[in-house]
Design a protein. Structure first.
Length: 489
C-alpha cells in the first residue's frame, strides 16, 4: 500500500486520544447504531439470507483459487470490447499509469467516483504532484476533501462529522474549490445536499476525464459494475470522454449470473436498502454512448501476497459493505482514524497488515484492535472469519515466521515489544504439556488465593488498569470434577 497516514502512532495510542473526544464518540454512536439497526431489518426480510451468504463465500473462494485464469479472461473481454487493460504491481506503478493517462489527454483536472482503491494508493496526492486536480464527487468524500480531512469509514467516510461541522466546512471551503456555498446556509440535510449538488454540477459538465473504482468486474463479459446511492458516480461514468478505473484484482467474479448474489447482499449489508438506487454497468466503449476511451488499471499492491496465505486470504473476499464496522465495539469508540489506514474497523485490522506487512508500529498493533467478540463474522455477507484471521496475524506479529512478500517466501522477525508475550506463551506450553506440574500449580494457587494482588506487576499492569483481577477459586476445576464424579458413584 502507499503507507500509513503520516505520523500515525500505534493503534492503542491513537485510540486513547480518540476516546477522549466526546463529540466524535457521540457522532459514531448515533451513526453506527442507526445503520446496523436498519441493516438488521433489511436482512431479516430475506428467508434465504444464510444461503446467499454461503453462495457469496463460495463464488469468492472459487475465484481466488483460479484468480490467474479469470484475470486473463477479464483482460481479453475488456480488450475485445474496446477497452485497454494496464497491470499495476504496486501503488507507485498504478499512480504512474493513471497520471500518464490523464496527462496524455491534455487535461489538468479529473472527477472521481468514490473508490477505496484510489485512496489506498494515494492517487489524489500523486495527481496533485503532477499538477492535476482531482475532485471527489461522492458527498461524504467531498466533505472529507473540503475539510482537509481523512476518511474514517468505508461506506460513510465523513461519519465522524455532524451537520453543524459540515455546514461550516461548506461555508469556508467550497469557494476555494469552485462554486461557493449559497448564502445563508443552514445545517438542514436538504440544504447541505443542495449546496453540494450545485457545487458539483459545474464540475460534471466541464470534466473530460473521470477516475473510478468498481465493486465487481465480470470476467466472461469484461463488464465493470459500480453500486452507489447518490447518482454522482453515474455522472462521472457517463459524461467524460475518458474513463480510468483502478480496481483491485480480487474484485473479479467469473460470470454475469454471479452478480445476482451480490446485488442482493451488498446493498442490504451496507446501506440497508433492498437494492441500491444506482447500479451502473459498462463494457468497454460504445460509439456515441458514454466515454470514448476506457482504461482499466488492475491493482495488485499486496493482494497476491495475501492470496498465498491460506488463512489470511479470506480477507480478499471482502465486498466493502462496512457491516463489520457498524457492529464493532472497538470501532464505535475509537473511530476510523485510529486504524491508520483507508480500511478501518475489523476488516482493516486484517487487511492492512497483510497488504502492507507488519513491519510498522501501527500495522503490528492492528490485529490487537479487537475484542474477538465475533460480531463482525456474524454480519459479514461473505462469511469472512475475521476473528480467526486476527488470531492468525497476532501469531505472526509475536512469533514471526515465513510469509510471502513481493511474490517471494521470506522469514520475518517477530515485531518489537512482544518478548514478554512470547516468554509467557512458551511457559504456558511447557506447563500445559505436563499435567502433574499443572495440577500442582493449580493447588498452590488455590491455597494462596488470599494473597491475590489487586494489580499485576510488569507487562500485566496494563491489563489490570481497566479490569479487576478475577478471584482464585477455592479448588481447581480438575479437583472439583474428581470430587463430583466420586460423589455421584
Amino acid at each position: 500500500m502507499s503507507g500509513t497516514f503520516l505520523g500515525m502512532p500505534a493503534f492503542p495510542e491513537a485510540a486513547r486520544e480518540a476516546v477522549r473526544d466526546d463529540v466524535l464518540r457521540a457522532n459514531l454512536r448515533h451513526a453506527t447504531h442507526a445503520i446496523r439497526g436498519k441493516r438488521a431489518r433489511a436482512v431479516a426480510e430475506l428467508a434465504d439470507w444464510d444461503r446467499l451468504r454461503t453462495a457469496g463465500k463460495a463464488v469468492k473462494d472459487h475465484t481466488l483459487r483460479h484468480l490467474d485464469r479469470y484475470l486473463l479472461q477479464l483482460e481479453a473481454a475488456v480488450t475485445a470490447a474496446g477497452g485497454t487493460v494496464h497491470w499495476a504491481a504496486d501503488a507507485h506503478e498504478a499512480n504512474r499509469i493513471v497520471t500518464e493517462l490523464v496527462l496524455a489527454t491534455g487535461e489538468r483536472e479529473v472527477v472521481k467516483v468514490k473508490s477505496m482503491a484510489t485512496q489506498e494508493i494515494g492517487l489524489n496526492e500523486a495527481l496533485e504532484a503532477a499538477g492535476i486536480a482531482a475532485y471527489e464527487t461522492d458527498l461524504a468524500e467531498l466533505i472529507v476533501q473540503l475539510g482537509h480531512d481523512r476518511p474514517s469509514h468505508i461506506l460513510v467516510p465523513a461519519i465522524h462529522r455532524n451537520r453543524a461541522e459540515i455546514r461550516d466546512i461548506f461555508r469556508t471551503e467550497m469557494g476555494r474549490w469552485g462554486r461557493p456555498a449559497p448564502e445563508p446556509l443552514g445545517d438542514d440535510p436538504r440544504e447541505l445536499a443542495e449546496a453540494a449538488r450545485l457545487h458539483l454540477r459545474e464540475k460534471f459538465l466541464r470534466a473530460k476525464v473521470a477516475v473510478s473504482g468498481a465493486n465487481f468486474m465480470v470476467a466472461e463479459t469484461g463488464t465493470m459494475v459500480v453500486l452507489e446511492s447518490e447518482g454522482n458516480g453515474r455522472m462521472c461514468l457517463t459524461l467524460p470522454e475518458t474513463l480510468i478505473s483502478v480496481v483491485g484484482v480480487e474484485k473479479v467474479v467469473p460470470a454475469f449470473r454471479d452478480l445476482e448474489i451480490f446485488l442482493q447482499t451488498l446493498p442490504r449489508s451496507s446501506t440497508a436498502e433492498r437494492m441500491n438506487p444506482y447500479t451502473t454497468m459498462w463494457t468497454g466503449t460504445t460509439d456515441g454512448d458514454g466515454p470514448a476511451a476506457f482504461h482499466l488499471v488492475l491493482l495488485d499492491n499486496g493482494r497476491t501476497d495475501t492470496l498465498a496465505d491460506e488463512v489470511g486470504r479470506q480477507a480478499l473476499r471482502c465486498i466493502r459493505c462496512s457491516a463489520c464496522l457498524n457492529v464493532c465495539p472497538v470501532y464505535e469508540r475509537a473511530g476510523g482514524h485510529a486504524y491508520g489506514s483507508v480500511y478501518p474497523g475489523p476488516i482493516g485490522a486484517i487487511l492492512s497488515p497483510q497488504l502492507r506487512g507488519t513491519g510498522s508500529e501501527i500495522d503490528a498493533s492492528l490485529p490487537y484492535a479487537s475484542t474477538l467478540c465475533g460480531a463482525c463474522y456474524e454480519v459479514c455477507p461473505v462469511a469472512i472469519d475475521i476473528p480467526e484471521v486476527l488470531v492468525h496475524l497476532r501469531e505472526r506479529v509475536v512469533q514471526g515466521g515465513r510469509v510471502t512478500q513481493g511474490g517471494i517466501r521470506v522469514r520475518i522477525r517477530p515485531a518489537h515489544g512482544h518478548t514478554a508475550e512470547r516468554a509467557a506463551m512458551r511457559a504456558a506450553r511447557l506447563l500445559l504439556d505436563r499435567p502433574a506440574a499443572l495440577r500442582a500449580g493449580e493447588r498452590l494457587l488455590a491455597r494462596a488465593r488470599r494473597l491475590r494482588p489487586r494489580r499485576l506487576p510488569g507487562p500485566g499492569r496494563a491489563w489490570t488498569d481497566s479490569r479487576e483481577l478475577p478471584a482464585v477459586p477455592a479448588e481447581s476445576f480438575r479437583d472439583w470434577w474428581a470430587r463430583e464424579r466420586e460423589a455421584s458413584r
